[in-house]
Design a protein around this ligand. Sequence first.
Ligand code: EPU
Length: 416
Amino acid sequence: MDKMVIEGNKPLKGVIKVGGAKNSAVALIPASLLSDDKVIIDNIPNITDIEALNEILEYLGAKVKRENEQMTIDATTIINRSIPETISKKLRASYYFMAALLGKYKYVEMYFPGGCAIGARPIDQTLKGFESLGATIKVEGNKYIISADKLVGGHVYLDMPSVGATINTILAAVKAEGETIIENAAREPEIVNVAVFLNNMGAKITGAGTNEIRIKGVEKLSSSFIEVIPDRIEAGTYIIAGALLGENLKIENIIPEHVESLTLKLKEMGVSFEMGSNHICVNKTPNLKAVNIKTLGYPGFPTDLQQPLTVLLTQCNGKSTLEETIYENRFKNIPYLNNMGANIKLVNNKNIEIIGKTNLSGQEVTATDLRAGAAMVLAGLIAEGTTVITEIEHVLRGYENIVQKLHNVGAKIRIE
Ligand code: EPU
């Protein structure tokens, strides 16, 4: 198992280029199966989650060519067979194959997906989406057998705006007969990216990015090209790094609107930054103000940034509060931050209070999940002394070349 070692408290200056969004790429790759021709996806991030999806593509018999950031997928040769649980358990996004295979073949057998252990993460809304199209679901232990004589456009109201259920319902509906309406759909930019990709193939999806999405089924989908949008969570993580240690640290290849819920909070705290059309320059600023944060679906403050942001809250003066409304178990980083010297009170599994400002000192800590791991990296960067982060593979699932990117701007960081 790899460890990350960080010698803390080094200023960060220079440029960090943000890669393609993990949560777009992991949906675009399974979506490619729906095409009756070759597709090209550009700006694919270099992360281990993509390797896991490649394994599934190859298992199904797709022809995949990967050159730098570009992936060409020819899924015309695939066989619809049950993906082994050992592979589907590697990541959450494996269940996008469930929807794509159902949409293409009207039959799929698949196991419950994996993903970070941050809450219960049921898939009932995805299954409700499939049922609204006329599919029947049989559950055998962890295995789902989903079938339909034909898929017919349906009307589904999601109980919560779930990203996964929205994308899965779109994937299953693009080739159904007639029109599907998804109400209370999630509005994340990654969903728009997937809809544009499918529309480029010839699908008829409108309303992606709003809470009502309409899909008119088509018979055939052709070749398509799409560029993965910049990763707003990776961007946000480095923007926070800039607020902690930046000397005019430039984060480039961002879509400013996608990180606005973060930058508006930074403004409230008093962080000094300058926003360009596709970049931001951020500075470490003294005397930051404490703030209150509540996570919400897009365009609200993203749950995926709350753990990294907690590290910045330890550097604000006074009491900040943070409410996590999406997941039940996303504070596993807190005991480690407290061991390093933070003063964070776990009020319950949804709320924490952070009292600042506190100095952090290097310790041995664990990356319990992807974003908790990112928080520990940020904590290590500002700590006095050496921080060793175990289970770093969680971080490598979602942050491409993180060691190189931080090293290039002055961090003393390595993997052992
Ligand atoms: N939920 C249900 N039933 C469902 C679906 C969701 O109860 O059928 C609940 C979940 O348990 C959760 C909430 O609804 O409490 C939101 O879940 P959602 O479906 O939106 O999340 P997801 O699709 O599983 C994606 C990202 C997550 C990100 C969330 C929220 C991918 C592969 N994952 O997960 O990313 O936190 O949306 O934005 O796209 C990460 O990158 O670190 C990460 C966890």
